[in-house]
Design a protein. Structure first.
Ligand SMILES: *Cc1c(COP(=O)(O)O)cnc(C)c1O
Length: 318
């Protein structure tokens, strides 16, 4: 793993790779007491010729800077962030699965590690990147997702921190997620907390729907996480000739869609088989002939170096 430190109001020192292991923290660390932390998720892929590819790592760097500003933290420069991800990928090269088998998931983490008993920004920050090999989420024929729309739990509200990748985002939704899983659902769709009728996103991914060949996804107004996969899929879809709308979407529209899918680094694009809301379950088209399948093939093709990368998204690192 890569580790670098910095003092408040200063720049990060040069980081270095060390063996993966525990880090020592003051019990009064800002991250532990007040949730002062942001994280990222990105992947390294092995191309057929053995070369290692990253996907838009500078986008993660920019998002970490925006999140750090919201949480009153120092952040590494874009260059230091990308360099740390590269070093971590290369340092763990032997763990990067063969083409088609999976990828190396990397977790950049920025924490307020200095002690602060009073509610204030921590005096010291730690930036680290660790990694784990992961298998391909959706193999061909993988079962579609069955989503549950929560009328009870919300993940954030306007003006909150739901739009940044804060370490505080997930603990509050585990209750909704566990309860949905106990009932046999794969994941939860959250609605806006004011009107309780506009779609926001799924626990760890963004949501899209397709109707009459138009692709729609909720606009980013601070309450949904601006996914890099979301953004990439919008560009790919437009270039494939689809109309894409970013707007407010009522949950009723979801129930009338022809196709629904989710996007995120972990699963790339996940096709949705059903949505359940207020006791009503609707099923969607699944199979090979889906818009989401076309998008998946292009996105993953670019990531693993099989489809031409006309966007310059992929960074080869060795
Ligand atoms: C990380 C994340 C996403 C997906 O973002 P990607 O950049 O596409 O991985 C979506 N929603 C939430 C809440 C997230 O934390």
């Amino acid at each position: 793993m890569y580790v670098a430190k910095c003092t408040r109001n200063e720049s990060f020192q040069q980081g270095r790779l060390s063996d993966y292991g525990n880090i020592e923290l003051s019990p009064a660390a800002g991250a532990l007491n007040y949730g002062q932390g942001v994280f990222e998720g990105t992947k390294a892929f092995r191309r057929e010729d053995g070369k290692i590819l990253l996907f838009r790592p500078e986008q993660n760097a920019i998002r970490m800077q925006i999140g750090a500003d919201r949480m009153c933290m120092e952040a590494p420069s874009i260059q230091q962030f990308v360099d740390a991800v590269k070093q971590t990928a290369l340092g763990n090269k032997r763990w990067i699965p063969p083409p088609g088998k999976g990828s190396l998931y990397m977790r950049p983490l920025l924490l307020g590690t200095g002690p602060t008993l009073g509610v204030a920004p921590a005096p010291e920050y730690t930036f680290l990147v660790y990694a784990s090999p992961v298998s391909t989420y959706f193999k061909d024929g993988m079962a579609p997702l069955n989503l549950y729309v929560s009328g009870e739990f919300h993940r954030t509200t306007r003006g909150g921190a739901g739009g940044v990748k804060s370490i505080t985002n997930y603990a509050p939704v585990m209750k909704a997620l566990l309860s949905a899983k106990e009932q046999g659902f794969s994941d939860v769709v959250y609605l806006d907390s004011v009107h309780k009728k506009y779609l926001e996103e799924v626990s760890t991914s963004n949501i899209f729907l397709v109707k009459s060949n138009v692709i729609s996804t909720p606009a980013t107004i601070g309450t949904i996480l601006e996914g890099i996969t979301r953004k990439s899929v919008i560009d790919i879809a437009r270039d494939l000739g689809y109309e894409v709308e970013e707007r407010s979407i009522e949950v009723d529209e979801l129930m009338e869609a022809e196709e629904v899918f989710t996007t995120g680094t972990a699963m790339s694009i996940g096709s949705v088989g059903s949505v359940t809301y207020n006791g009503k379950r609707v099923n969607y088209k699944t199979g090979d002939d889906l818009v989401s399948q076309k998008l998946y093939k292009t996105l993953v093709g670019i990531q693993v170096g099989k489809v031409e990368d006309k966007y310059n998204w992929v960074v080869q690192i060795d």
